[in-house]
Design a protein around this ligand. Structure first.
Ligand code: GTP
Ligand code: MG
Length: 280
């Protein structure tokens, strides 16, 4: 049977490779592309020891985006990964935090994970693999074979299903999940996402904008674990309304962008083959 929470905290410092806990996935990455991992965190000191040490040692940069934590989130993060980059963000909200992290990232590939133990960094190779195989954007899904969730009450599952269906209807997508916080993409496509939101609607906005931009999107099966300690920052009704407004607004604004976006910045997407670039 599957563990519903990430195993145990790993408090001996630095990377997974140097800790006592052996991470099976921590094999060398078969590419020279650099990877940045963005971790938005608001009062997650108790959860970071379960999360940060599981980030593969070949990740070249980890950015913790702190939401004015009142616990010792920053101190714990620095203890676990001494060279972690810690930044802040201007306004409240996970969306604002992620945008700050994406903007600060320097890697060819950007991966976003949560700090509460819901998303397992050991899955990062699956996301990176999908990008190296030709996707521009790799979005996690809890609702494909190989994925799952231990962290979603029935009403949230129902809401997510409703939004998935709405996006299918309005945008013609075949997404199996929508409001999930584990995604990855080539940094070169960031301008095409035109991200401009503050709250938990951020994942929905990213997914819909990736569709609108005609990006090659791959879904990656992912298992969402229970938050380990602390309480959620999400308010199902309020944040559900923000998601709904985001979908409707994006759909309503579509005709204003009658022309499909210019060709993808394929030249910058190393790992994306030449003849694919010519097709775009
Ligand atoms: N920097 C920053 N991080 C935030 C903010 N709000 C949420 N986060 C982080 O974003 C991640 C997801 O937030 P959660 O509160 O776990 O929300 P959720 O995963 O949708 O809800 P649960 O499934 O109930 O945990 C966590 O790592 C939070 O610490 C914020 O305003 N600023
Ligand atoms: Mg969570």
């Amino acid at each position: 049977m599957r563990n519903l929470k990430l195993n145990q905290p790993i408090s001996n410092n630095a990377t997974a490779a140097s800790s006592n806990t052996k991470i099976e996935f921590d094999r060398p990455l078969p590419t020279n592309h650099t990877v940045s991992v963005i971790v938005p965190a608001k009062n997650e000191a108790a959860n970071l020891p379960y999360v940060l040490p599981r980030i593969p040692s070949w990740v070249h940069e980890v950015i913790l985006v702190d939401g004015n934590s009142t616990d010792n989130t920053i101190e714990v993060a620095r203890k676990l990964i001494p060279n972690i980059r810690v930044i802040g963000h201007e306004r409240k909200g996970k969306g604002n935090a992620l945008i700050a992290g994406f903007t600060a990232a320097t890697g060819d590939i950007i991966v976003m994970i949560d700090a509460d133990g819901s998303t397992d960094p050991a899955e990062i190779p699956a996301y990176v693999g999908a990008l190296l195989a030709g996707a521009h954007y790799a979005k996690g899904t809890r609702f494909m074979q190989g994925g799952g969730t231990a962290d979603m009450e029935f009403h949230r599952m129902l809401g997510n299903w409703g939004f998935v269906t709405l996006v299918k209807t309005l945008f013609g997508s075949s997404f199996t999940d929508l409001c999930y916080g584990y995604n990855a993409f080539w940094r070169a496509i960031l301008p095409q996402l035109r991200l401009d939101c503050d709250g938990f609607e951020v994942e929905t906005l990213m997914n819909v904008r990736a569709l609108e931009a005609g990006l090659r999107i791959a879904e990656v099966p992912s298992f969402e674990y229970e938050r380990i300690h602390g309480t959620s920052n999400l308010h199902a009704f309020r944040d559900g309304m923000r998601v709904l407004k985001t979908i409707v607004r994006e759909w309503a604004n579509q005709p204003l962008r009658a022309n499909k976006p210019a060709a993808l910045p394929a030249a910058n997407l190393a790992g994306f083959s030449q003849h694919r670039a010519a097709e775009a």
